[in-house]
Design a protein around this ligand. Sequence first.
Ligand code: KG4
Ligand code: ZN
Length: 342
Amino acid sequence: MEQLNKSEVLILAIETSCDETAASVVKNGREVLSNVIYTQIALHTRFGGVVPEIASRKHIEKINQVIEQALEDAKVTLRDISAIAVTYGPGLVGALLVGVAEAKAISFATGIPLVGVHHISGHISANYIEHKELEPPFVCLVASGGHSHLVVVKDYGQYEIIGRTRDDAAGEAFDKVARAIGLGYPGGPKIDSLSKEGNPDAIPFPRAKVAENEYDFSFSGLKSAVLNYLNSCRMKGEEVIQADVAASFQKAVIDVLVEHSLHAVKAFGYDKFAIAGGVASNSSLRAAFEQECAKRGIAFFHPSPVFCTDNAAMIGVAGYYEYIKGVRHGYDLNAVPNLTLQ
Ligand code: KG4
Ligand code: ZN
């Protein structure tokens, strides 16, 4: 076993907010010693989306195995662990409860302190894993299946939301459009790869602006425009070129995300920008931000795809910064499905 220095902080992290059962061991907030993810995607695909009841049952079945694997991969035992970090919201209540109950049980049995972590704080903190030089303050776009937030990261674990979606999250729009063009679930990665064969300028889908807040997003109009386009093609008997629809839709989402985000970075006076969440693994989105940030002299950060989609390493990183601030939770910690970031 690796000799551990007593001043090292090792976090055992658990994430079960949606359809990934995940555990990780993170050293001193930035070094991932293990990252075990059991993805349930194949199980939910035939239903066209995540079925909450199935997700909870599978989490219960897998959680112990995933945690044991995370400890083994990290070559540590529970005796080496400084704190247990667990996602307690937002997410599916039955899914969250599995992780929270597990974390509380281990904490109760061993006396290891318990730290509850916000899922979105985890997504944002994923950026610290591979960018050791990245420190707050900076602006971060969080685009996942459930959230599209533009956030000022004031300090570790301290956030101000400056923009949010008024309706669908960006990932949700990817999933719904993918279903409409017959690509199946989850739609994001499928649209991402199909778009490479399509023309992003083929169909002029709308770029929505929200009058009251220039940093807010709205994707439901775009989703309806895609559905209307598909219907009108069918009615006119015209062929639908799936790749063109995918590429044009994706470009419309990316244009809005890039424009709003980078406008915010400049307006709020920052020079660092990061992306996070499942949609942040989109290859064209990353390329667009890369290019536009370079033009504007903004330093751009993004996690590797494995740290963009749900994982426990990001929870371990966020949990570390909470732990060193002195945050501890009691055994009354509960799952909070609609937990807010501020
Ligand atoms: O962060 P995440 O794993 O879970 C939530 O917290 O929601 O995000 C999942 C979302 C799904 O909507 C999925 O379609 C989308 O991220 N996604 C992508 C890509 N990979 C995952 N969207 C666009 N392009 C991708 N490559
Ligand atoms: Zn997530």
